[in-house]
Ligand binder design. Structure first.
Ligand SMILES: [Zn+2]
Length: 305
């Protein structure tokens, strides 16, 4: 019970720390999903006869009237896969590693910024010294004065270049995770997977949790037939890429259609009955286009294709 109370308090704390408020619904990466083809946002839509099948649609095709449809990705399978990847990342040792990596990044970031400041300070010192040397020279000593003036000008140009470079460097976003978010994650600690699965945790809570550790999810289902490619940009700065074999309506879209047909041909040549072939394929881990186990009927259809 004390544990439950702790969970609840942790939960409210991370809810406060999370940025943005995801809308209701199951779709986990909603709001942070980007199109892997054109970089536009992927919006959530519902399709199907009852309008209850969530789909991520690239918004670039909606914005421009009459533009060709960029791409859409069905949400259910993808959400489940993202959940698997995220829960793996939420394992306590992974969290500790991620936070340690983040601290390392922050330290490096701070060191780089400090170095730039030192370089600018040194250049400023050089410029001031060159100016003092120029000011100190006797006006009659024109040759030396001209040379010192040239040197002073050079130090000023160097200073200007360095200042611009340093400003560009300092303008860059420092490490993405805020101290507040990091504290929230560390406070949650080992309870993250438990919190994720807790009956009181709503889909909206899971989206908040996801946003604590994931910055963006990039989707592309045009890179390979029958598969969805996705990239997770984690808040720590890490990037991971994943493939999901998607369920399709028809076999021409099936990711493994060549392998599948080859196996059916071989098993058939071995005088296997369709039901036996189906059992063998199930044993080998193949799935139908829609993601179910094979039956003899489907083998028959595949043979007649
Ligand atoms: Zn697009």
């Amino acid at each position: 019970m004390a544990n439950q109370a702790q969970l609840a308090s942790n939960q409210s704390r991370y809810l406060k720390a999370a940025r943005g408020v995801p809308r209701k619904g199951q779709a986990l990466p909603q709001g942070i999903a980007l199109c892997g083809r054109c970089g536009a946002h992927m919006g959530l839509h519902y399709s199907g006869p009852a309008g209850d099948f969530p789909v991520y649609k690239c918004v670039s095709s909606q914005r421009e009237e009459g533009a060709a449809r960029c791409q859409e990705v069905r949400a259910l399978g993808l959400d489940a896969e993202i959940e698997l990847v995220v829960l793996k990342a939420l394992e306590p040792d992974k969290i500790a590693l991620a936070v340690a990596a983040l601290e390392q990044l922050e330290q490096e970031d701070a060191a780089v910024r400090h170095q730039w400041q030192l370089r600018v300070e040194r250049a400023r010192y050089e410029a001031e010294r060159a100016q003092r040397q120029f000011d100190a020279v006797e006006p009659e000593n024109r040759l030396v004065a001209r040379s010192l003036e040239r040197h002073w000008g050079e130090t000023l140009r160097q200073l200007e270049q360095l200042e611009q470079a340093a400003q560009a460097q300092l303008r860059q976003q420092p490490v993405a995770l805020t101290a507040e978010n990091r504290r929230a994650i560390l406070d949650l600690g080992e309870d993250l997977p438990a919190l994720w699965h807790a009956p009181s945790t709503t889909p909206a809570d899971r989206k908040h949790l996801l946003r604590l550790i994931v910055n963006e999810v990039i989707l592309d289902q045009t890179r390979a037939r029958g598969k969805v490619w996705f990239q997770i940009n984690w808040q720590t700065g890490a990037i991971t890429q994943h493939w999901l074999v998607r369920h399709v309506r028809a076999y021409p879209e099936h990711a493994e259609i060549e392998m599948l047909q080859e196996r059916v041909r071989i098993l058939n040549a071995e005088q296997k009955l369709d039901a036996e072939t189906a059992a063998a394929l199930n044993e080998e881990g193949f799935q139908t286009a829609r993601g179910y186990p094979f039956s003899g009927n489907i083998i028959w259809i595949l043979r007649k294709r």
